[in-house]
Design a protein around this ligand. Structure first.
Ligand code: 5GP
Ligand code: MN
Length: 325
């Protein structure tokens, strides 16, 4: 694996649809590391990312595939190594999945989701890890290159660590996670600045959307379940832009006695859903059984192609079935 990386010169890094902080942070950290190793590395994402990540070094050169699929195709076709970060199934990258499958390049998956599919030549899959960003740090460590981690690489890794671990609060945070954070601080990372850039740059309409969403939290009779559903009209009314609803689902889970939470959002041609849970309640199983999705035990997502209103009804029914099993 080490030799493969050293022998490759044209490298592509791809992460999943609706990229989150871990997808973007891991990808840019790896890219900036590979550039330091003298490689030509490009990050390609299936669709656009929230603008509160646009301060990360290299974010301005990320190729967004749904805006420029021909260029993405060219780059993938001529690559000799493709890193697949923070996803473990080609269905998670839209049209890029086909291009990855057809490419002659070697494929290297680095991921922390359950049940990896078998499309890569090299796999680092550690489902207990809190984030792919942690695995990127460990990968650079395995390459014997910790000394190459500078402030910009540290910022990418830290972004992934905090956005996927609820700022170090989820149960999959290990002592190693904190040791990594310590290392990142030692190379000059300003953690207060990063938190501010990611979490404290709200505009008023996002907070008004939050207020509206909180006023719409629904509970399901007799079950420890809370959810929020927002239609396109509601989102439009509050000038929704990508990332504005990130974290909403956690408010449902913060209610005393609630063990499972959902956020249901009407998109252009589908309804997107986020699921969260506490303890051993497996929302990844719920997502894959009822909503063509997947993810982690306590954080998963899925989709529905029936109407928004029908999805809400279907969700309530599915929860009843799932929790009575
Ligand atoms: P989020 O709710 O933040 O969009 O996603 C939570 C977790 O579930 C993430 O780890 C994400 O990768 C995963 N996830 C979200 N949507 C899907 C989906 O449609 N399919 C699969 N397999 N995983 C998803
Ligand atoms: Mn992740």
């Amino acid at each position: 694996m080490k030799q493969k990386v050293l022998n490759s010169s044209k490298i592509v890094i791809i992460s999943h649809k609706n990229p989150d902080g871990d997808a973007i942070g891991s990808s840019l950290a790896l890219k900036n590391y590979l550039i330091k190793k003298g490689k030509d590395a490009t990050v390609i994402l299936p669709d656009s990312f929230p603008n509160f990540y646009d301060w990360l070094q290299g974010s301005e050169n990320i190729l967004i595939a749904d805006k420029n699929i021909d260029k993405a195709k060219d780059i993938i076709e001529t690559a000799d190594l493709i890193f697949c970060l923070d996803f473990n199934d080609l269905s998670r990258v839209g049209d890029l999945g086909e291009l990855i499958a057809q490419s002659k390049a070697s494929k290297f998956m680095i991921d922390h989701h359950q049940n990896p599919s078998d499309f890569a030549d090299f796999i680092i899959s550690r489902t207990e890890a809190c984030s792919t960003a942690q695995l990127i740090f460990e990968f650079i460590e395995t390459m014997g290159d910790l000394s190459l981690i500078n402030k910009e690489i540290a910022e990418g890794i830290y972004t992934g660590l905090i956005t996927d671990s609820g700022s170090f609060k989820y149960s999959n945070v290990e002592s190693k996670t904190h040791l990594i954070a310590a290392h990142l601080l030692d190379v000059g990372l300003n953690h207060t600045r990063i938190h501010d850039l990611i979490f404290d740059q709200n505009n008023l309409s996002r907070l008004h959307l939050l207020g509206h969403a909180l006023s719409k939290i629904q509970l399901i009779d007799e079950l420890p379940v809370a959810f929020i559903a927002l239609s396109r009209n509601e989102l439009r009314k509050f000038n929704f832009s990508k990332g504005d609803t990130e974290g909403l689902v956690n408010y449902c889970l913060s209610i005393k006695g609630i063990e499972m939470a959902a956020f249901i959002k009407e998109d252009v041609d589908l309804v997107k859903m986020s699921f969260r849970s506490k303890g051993s309640l497996r929302v990844n199983d719920f997502a894959s059984t009822f909503f063509s999705g997947g993810g982690h035990i306590n954080a998963a997502g899925g989709r529905s192609e029936v109407s928004f209103d029908e999805t809400v009804i279907l969700f309530k029914k599915s929860v009843n079935t799932f929790l009575s099993e």
